[in-house]
Design a protein around this ligand. Structure first.
Ligand SMILES: Cc1ncc(COP(=O)(O)O)c(C=O)c1O
Length: 371
């Protein structure tokens, strides 16, 4: 991530102000992000995982409840459900080039105990969000959204993360709106917002900033809350960076299109084809290797050319903690075995991108194929 001079100035000014946590910068960020997403409430939190935990808690999830979640996600989406005592139930993704939660697969795992569905905007793509929202409304289920990848993603002009009851965004260092550690919860629901506000700070009814402003002199503790607060310097940094998020996402979009062109003659599939009416955050660019390719050898070959790759994600149901009963997750497993994430960042140059595509061409020689 590039930290600009005005990013630094915003952070320094905040340190100089002497107020370091949950104060005016947090309030400014919250109203800016609410306006940016078109949501009624935005609440700053310590990180995206804390945000996910809070929306699960504010939904009232508890032991005995089931929440459907893709296994093809970062494990935090699953953990957040488990923190409440509810049971995560895995559903499959749509196809190897559409690695998002399939509404048909969700439908197949619903039981009388299902309370909610956790949609994940994988790579900032809307996937089947509308179908999932319709399914949840038909079955009286709560739709929650892990919007960690989706800062700046809009479907038909509506920001992802505003299709369900509540959502959580991440400001982690590798995200489109990065500050290091941080997160934002978004909701239109006044009760959820009040719960999240309460639970992010120990269940206390007032905060130091309100007391400082003379709005209160004491507080009560009315719920078992957490310390999930964001500090002021990072709130100021996020606010500053929000101003250039759309431009940076557009740069990512141009690079995404350029990758697709350059790789079109190659023996790989490009996942996450852009769709009409989606303005994507283009958080990730992932390819799918031919079946039988030795992915480790492919990645090692790119690494030799100093091209960093990663895998988003090892499926959650294969982690020891979540091993157990689940329905068919064949597409998740195929994608999990064959996907590789190529470098993509807003300030990536075309020359850098050409190095990556050359390295992909070079690696796709028979030596990365299993015998
Ligand atoms: C899909 C997804 N969900 C949740 C998170 C958790 O966010 P954070 O790292 O801010 O806790 C991340 C990123 O780290 C993520 O990629």
């Amino acid at each position: 991530m590039i930290v600009s001079d005005d990013d630094l100035a915003a952070v320094v000014a905040t340190y100089r102000s002497g107020w370091l946590s949950m104060g005016p910068q947090t309030e400014v960020l919250e109203s800016a992000f609410a306006e940016y997403t078109g949501a009624k409430h935005a609440l700053a939190v310590a990180n995206g995982t804390a945000g996910l935990h809070l929306i699960c808690a504010a939904t009232g999830l508890r032991p005995g409840d089931e929440v459907v979640v893709p296994s093809m996600t970062f494990v935090a989406s699953v953990n957040a459900i488990a923190y409440t005592g509810a049971t995560p139930v895995f559903a499959d993704v749509a196809s190897v080039t559409e690695p998002w939660l399939s509404a048909a697969s969700v439908e197949a795992v619903l039981t009388p105990r299902t309370r909610a569905v956790m949609q994940v905007a994988y790579a900032g793509h809307s996937g089947e969000t509308e179908a999932l929202a319709a399914l949840c409304s038909d079955r009286s289920l709560t739709l929650l959204e892990d919007a960690a990848h989706a800062a700046g993603s809009r479907l038909k002009g509506r920001h992802l993360g505003t299709f369900g009851l509540a959502s959580a965004f991440s400001l982690f260092s590798n995200k489109n709106l990065a500050v290091g550690e941080g997160g934002l919860v978004v909701t239109d629901d006044d009760d959820v917002a009040a719960q999240v506000r309460l639970l992010r700070s120990h269940g206390m009814t007032t905060m130091s900033w309100q007391r400082h402003k003379g709005h209160a002199t004491s507080y009560d503790v009315v719920a078992l809350g957490y310390n999930y607060r964001l500090d002021e310097p990072r709130a100021a940094l996020a606010r500053n960076r929000l101003g250039r998020l759309d431009a940076e996402n557009a740069q990512r979009g141009a690079l995404d299109a350029r990758y697709r062109d350059a790789l079109s003659g190659h023996d790989v599939l490009c996942a996450l084809e852009p769709v009409d009416e989606l303005q994507s955050a283009h958080h990730l660019f992932t390819i799918v290797l031919p079946e039988g390719t030795d992915r480790d050898a492919f990645r090692a070959s790119l690494a030799e050319r100093r091209v960093q790759t990663s895998v988003h994600y090892p499926p959650s149901h294969r982690f020891s903690i979540y091993e157990g009963e689940h329905g068919p997750l064949d597409v998740t497993e195929a994608y999990g075995d064959r996907t590789v994430t190529l470098p993509l960042f807003a300030h990536m140059t075309e020359q850098q991108q050409d190095l990556v595509t050359d390295a992909v061409s070079h690696a796709l020689t028979p030596r990365t194929r299993a015998a």
